[in-house]
Design a protein around this ligand. Structure first.
Ligand code: PLP
Length: 381
């Protein structure tokens, strides 16, 4: 049976070019990068080359790249070490953040007594820049933590404006850029962020590898204690093969960015147009046709008899997408993002997310399947 993968915001398939870059090392190179003999020097050199490749693409210096196990660790490190080492007593964030940020901030509040300002999102999922600016009028050292693109609804933050605002108000700025790294080019000389997070598996790299960009002037202690790896910023023997794959995936993503962006944006547009013209009452969560990540489309289908089963039925039909029912109060289930946007719980929400490997025919088959599955059973009330 043909299977169509439309869940690329969750993770992406490994690019064969990335695999080809990793395999020779996996076969032949096993030295511990901290060893000073030939075997160690060889893998150390591979890691430092990877670091330079990534730094160059971000217009950063290699010393600003700390390899981590992925986006979650990068987010945790930025937030917790800002509190412990950089005197942060106040965090500004939004309820639409990924749990890697939300739960870390909650922990900072509980463990370290940090004050938190939660920003309001409008019904489109956008934040109010004036409210951000207001929240910075405080004597408490502040960290603003706001994602560049939302992984569920795709909304984009005007990252440069927020970074400038933070800088002007002497606040630190962390952005969870996990969904945008490798999809947008990010120039760290233009965007005055202090911390940026990246996970390789969101752009066809391996899972369990990523990095934290941390501005060079910020002196912090490691989040993971151990050896002096990563210049003392992260203990633990490096994930050599993951790092090589990460750098290769990042390089390919930047090399082909324009081409893939055009292709994937076209797919999203096609899906929007087809749903709009073929399913009465359909709408989109977030700002799908405005400031939105081109790889993500969160669709809200009108109430139907088999709405609850839609994701499951799509999977049976060979189409992998992801869910997003609204979070009912007091329950841990469902999407906290759609819950915060107060979406109508009777409607069915599905996140479709695309990659360079998605084809027009994949989009058409997915739309046809949705129409078949819910089209006959729309509840007319
Ligand atoms: C916005 C966002 N932040 C953080 C993460 C966590 O990244 P990782 O899976 O690399 O730990 C994800 C991945 O789902 C994400 O989408």
């Amino acid at each position: 049976m043909e299977r169509i993968y439309l869940d690329n915001a969750a993770t992406t398939a490994l690019d064969p070019e990335v695999l080809d870059a990793m395999l020779p090392l996996m076969r032949d190179d096993f030295g511990n990068p901290s060893s000073t003999h030939h075997f160690g020097r060889k893998t150390r050199s591979a890691i430092e080359t990877a670091r330079k490749t990534i730094a160059n693409l971000l217009n950063a210096s290699p010393g600003e790249i700390i390899f981590t196990s992925g986006g979650t660790e990068a987010d945790n490190t930025a937030i917790i070490r800002s509190v412990i080492d950089l005197g942060v007593r106040h965090i500004v964030s939004s309820p639409l953040e990924h749990h890697a940020v939300l739960h870390t901030i909650e922990e900072a509040e509980k463990q370290y007594g940090v004050r938190v300002t939660w920003l309001d999102a409008n019904s489109n999922g956008h934040l109010d820049l004036t409210q951000i600016e207001q929240s910075l009028k405080t004597n408490d050292k502040t960290l603003v933590s706001l994602m560049h693109a939302n992984n569920e609804i795709g909304n984009l933050l005007p990252i440069q404006k927020v970074a400038d605002m933070c800088k002007a108000n002497n606040a630190l700025f962390h952005s969870d850029t996990v969904q945008t790294m490798g999809h947008y080019s990010i120039d760290t000389k233009m965007i005055a962020a202090d911390f940026l997070a990246c996970g390789a598996h969101k752009f066809h790299g391996p899972k369990g590898a990523g990095f934290l960009f941390k501005r060079e002037n910020l002196k912090t202690h490691p989040f993971i204690q151990g050896g002096a790896q990563e210049r003392g910023y992260r203990g633990g023997t490096e994930n050599l093969y993951g790092i090589i794959g990460l750098a290769k995936a990042f390089e390919i993503a930047h090399r082909d960015m324009q081409k893939h962006r055009e292709h994937v944006s076209g797919l999203k547009k096609r899906m929007i147009e087809r749903f709009k013209s073929e399913i009465p009452g359909v709408s989109f969560n977030g700002d799908a046709e405005g400031e939105s990540l081109y790889t993500v489309l969160n669709v809200s289908f009108p109430a139907s008899d088999n709405g609850e089963m839609l994701l499951f039925s799509l999977d049976i039909a060979g189409i992998a997408a992801s869910g997003g029912s609204a979070c009912s109060s007091g329950s841990n289930k469902g999407s906290h993002v759609l819950g915060a946007l107060n979406v109508d719980p009777k409607r069915t929400n599905v996140r479709f997310s695309f990659s360079k490997y998605t084809s027009t025919s994949d989009i058409d088959k997915a739309v046809d399947a949705v129409k078949r599955l819910i089209g006959q059973s729309l509840v007319h009330s």
